[in-house]
Design a protein around this ligand. Sequence first.
Ligand code: DX5
Ligand code: ZN
Length: 218
Amino acid sequence: MVELAFSILAADFARLGEEIATAERGGGTIVHVDVMDGHFVPNITFGPPVVKAIRPLTKLPLDCHLMIENPDAYIADFAAAGADILCVHQEVCRHLHRTLQQIAVHGMKPAVVINPATPVEMLIEVLPMLHHVLIMSVNPGFGGQKFLPLALDKIAHLVELREDLGLNFRIEVDGGVAHDTVAQVVEAGADMLVAGSAIFAPGNPDKTIANAQEFLKL
Ligand code: DX5
Ligand code: ZN
């Protein structure tokens, strides 16, 4: 089943609870939380306090995408805040295996994300530990960027690896997944679609619902 992980980065931050409920009504089944630190990526968003604030407002899983240096230092904080899935960038983890173990020890599902320049091969040894692999289809840091087609081959490659290794991790794609690119992404084999600007129309819940429904018509 292909799921919509809606990115609250594109929502109205002053009304996060309502925005999440609206996207859920449109068919979204995962809340994608983009955590940025101004170091690993040139932008700053939010952290564990915001995760904690939205936790009681929805039953949907909170999929936290950490675009931060030194994610190990924050694993316990995200677990305490109520994150369900913690996704760390391969590029910042010197001991990725240990980081993933720690995420699991803290009761969350571990996931790894790779930038456009990072090959899928970097993850081979840890694939059996993962809830999902997140393929970035833009360079991380901002919503509303243009989809990079190089992600398509990476998705297809991961599908093959999953088959060959007899594993069942999911494949998530993030960045520029919009009405004009979603079909190719699904065709390549993605099963979790992150979308922010293609879904949220702040101040216009009917439009947000329509966007999500349209997006899921595959
Ligand atoms: C980018 C973030 C994405 C972003 C996607 O660094 O990781 O999750 O919110 O936004 P859109 O869907 O607008 O490309
Ligand atoms: Zn993201």
